[in-house]
Design a protein around this ligand. Structure first.
Ligand code: PLP
Length: 410
């Protein structure tokens, strides 16, 4: 199997049962990894093992089965701490996904720190999951939103950054990697400038975690969120990492079991992190599966995986660029994993439907980034997004399908 790198793609793909699926008599080509990724056998096995051998509720039981479940769940937390470079596993909060993690920060940070007249800055590349919760929070607190603009290539324009970080700004929220355009943002630089201005930074790492080794300390952010199902973990999982002192100073997002120290009808004392933000029975099997996904990723040479993905991405971009009538949307330097494009004047959904007829899954639409699409003057794109298991042959099939779609829609 063509790799162009040292990665053994045949062995890697054998871990993913779904990749052997056929569509229309040909092997399925899955290029919708930014929406969700496929799951390796080790993730499925870890979740099954939990249900088959140690299914019990965590934390509250003294019996052996509950202790086993708790150990597996807390083990997954330690794994996720290692995965993001956190020194203290208590700074890892398990969530339903990146959306819930972003909502926790928006609701709890705004309750503690946003006053009328304050400002929140979002980048122009944000997913709706990092826009809507902040709009809700700003509405509730009498604060306003500002936007760090995007240029026509899809890169952030940092010229107005310092002005936007000036008072009354309290927090800056931005994606690490754009889901719509693949733009990789200079997070360290932006965090350093925010820190100098006394502004907190929330990084939405949903599209970075599957591809890049993450080190929250080196990035210099205050909060980092990721989506488990996009990094080969189960659906309904995600992580919020935050600096311990900051998280412990925030009010809880949800109330209920496990997030308390004591309750009377008059007053509740909240638990410290991570329980503070994990009310109710968590997705125990999901967290264990996510831990297995992180272990799976970390068991590979991540530099080699990234090199493979970058080589594949360059091949895909060059191939799309060479097809007359195809226009790339998102041309910022240093992009990663996702490439958006349009074919002539054809609606993106029509193009994606024709590509699907070749047994190739790509996404079309606004990718939950309507403000970004408005900035670019379009209603949506076709997006092909890579996972670690994709191959050169699959990209070649995509390119042939795009040519066919162009000819059919001409
Ligand atoms: N942020 C980005 C950049 C995304 O791409 C997505 C999902 O597409 C999300 C947030 C939401 O993630 P989740 O599905 O885990 O809630």
């Amino acid at each position: 199997m063509t790799t162009g790198t040292d990665l053994d793609l045949t062995a890697l793909r054998a871990h993913f049962p779904l990749l052997s699926r056929e569509q229309g008599g040909r092997p399925l080509v899955y290029l919708d990894n930014a929406a969700t990724s496929q799951k390796p056998d080790v993730v499925l096995e870890a979740m099954n093992r939990f249900y088959e051998t140690s299914c019990a509720n965590v934390h509250r039981g003294v019996h052996a089965l509950s202790r086993a479940a708790t150990e597996a769940y807390e083990g997954a937390r330690r794994t996720m701490a290692r995965f993001v470079g956190a020194t203290d596993p208590r700074e890892i909060v398990f969530t339903r996904g990146a959306t819930e993690a972003l909502n926790i920060v928006a609701a709890s940070f705004s309750a503690a720190h946003l006053r009328p007249g304050d400002r929140v800055i979002l980048s122009g590349l944000e997913h709706h999951s990092d826009i809507v919760p902040w709009q809700m929070a700003c509405d509730a607190r009498g604060a306003s939103l500002g936007v760090l603009p995007v240029n026509a290539e899809g890169a952030l324009d940092l010229a107005p950054l310092d002005a936007l970080l000036a008072p009354p700004t309290k927090i800056l929220c931005l994606v690490h990697v754009s889901n719509a355009l693949g733009t990789l943002n200079p997070i360290e630089t932006i965090c350093a400038r925010a820190r100098a201005a006394g502004v907190r930074v929330l990084v939405d790492g949903a599209q970075a975690a599957p591809h890049l080794p993450i080190d929250v300390g080196a990035l210099g952010c205050d909060f980092y969120t990721l989506s488990g199902h996009k990094m080969y973990g189960p659906t309904g999982t995600g992580v919020l990492w935050g600096r311990g002192d900051l998280l412990n100073a925030l009010p809880p997002f949800l109330g209920g079991g496990d997030m308390i120290k004591s309750v009377t009808f008059e007053h509740t004392e909240y638990a410290e992190i991570p329980a503070r933000f994990e009310a109710g029975t968590p997705n125990i099997a999901g967290a264990i599966g996510l831990g297995a996904a992180a272990e799976f990723l970390m068991s590979h040479d991540r530099a080699a995986v990234l090199e493979h993905e970058c080589a594949l991405y360059a091949h895909m971009v060059a191939g799309l660029q060479a097809i007359s009538g195809v226009r790339l949307v998102g041309t910022a330097p240093g992009r990663l994993a996702s490439q958006s494009f349009l074919v002539g004047d054809a609606p993106a959904h029509d193009v994606a439907t024709l590509i699907d007829q070749h047994g190739i899954a790509v996404r079309s639409g606004h990718h939950c980034t309507q403000p970004l699409m408005q900035r670019l003057g379009i209603s949506g794109t076709v997006r092909a997004s890579l996972g670690m298991y994709n191959t050169t042959e699959e990209i070649d099939r995509l390119l042939a399908a795009v040519v066919d779609a162009r000819d059919m829609l001409a």
